[in-house]
Design a binder for this molecule. Structure first.
Ligand code: NI
Length: 191
């Protein structure tokens, strides 16, 4: 397993749709493991493959990780697709490992049903609520070339994008990536 370098905004890959996984191979399984290791190392609760430069429709999530006993509940999704969403909405202060130190309230459907392939290539379906529903939608956006700043006002978006572009130009490496994945339920997190 390996911690992979993150793709940080601005980067054209973050605006590019990823390609479907044609076959669930050992390479795919290895990449999913590397994505999980990277997500934990950077203190995120979710990571899409594009965020480590792999342009495949797959993502990893752990919204249940705990600090006190090191409990981890990794989830892996290949070719995920939203097949139903609730009319009820919910809001969460979203961050993103590709937009270090920036957060914004984003409103999304409170519940979704997602179909996907597991790491054995078996078709599965999940009915997600709460933070898992938010995180799944945020990550599925990523593989469609959409990021959380696309859901906020143009003014707020421009402030964030300008700051990140400036940091990149000056070669500033953002110190703060993951906030606190263990407190994700109550407040904000990198998705
Ligand atoms: Ni993200």
């Amino acid at each position: 397993m390996a911690v992979l370098p993150l793709v940080i905004s601005p980067d054209p890959r973050l605006k590019t749709a990823s390609k479907p996984v044609e076959a669930v191979t050992d390479e795919v399984r290895r990449q999913l493991e590397d994505m999980l290791e990277t997500m934990y190392a950077e203190h995120g609760i979710g990571l899409a493959a594009v965020q480590v430069g792999i342009m495949k429709r797959m993502l990893v999530i752990d919204v249940e990780q705990r600090e006190e006993d090191g409990k981890r509940t990794p989830m892996k999704f290949i070719n995920p697709e939203i097949i139903w969403e609730s009319e009820e909405l919910s809001s969460y202060n979203e961050g993103c490992l590709s937009f270090p130190s920036h957060y914004a309230d984003v409103e999304r459907p409170a519940e979704v049903k997602v179909k996907y392939l597991d790491e054995k290539g078996v078709q599965k379906e999940i009915h997600a609520k709460g933070l898992l529903a938010t995180c799944l939608q945020h990550e599925i956006d990523h593989i469609n070339g959409v990021t959380f700043v696309d859901h906020i006002s143009r003014v707020k978006r421009d402030i964030i994008l300008r700051k990140l572009a400036k940091d990149k130009k000056l070669g500033v490496v953002p110190e703060k990536r993951g906030e606190n994945p263990y407190a994700a339920k109550e407040k904000q997190a990198e998705l």
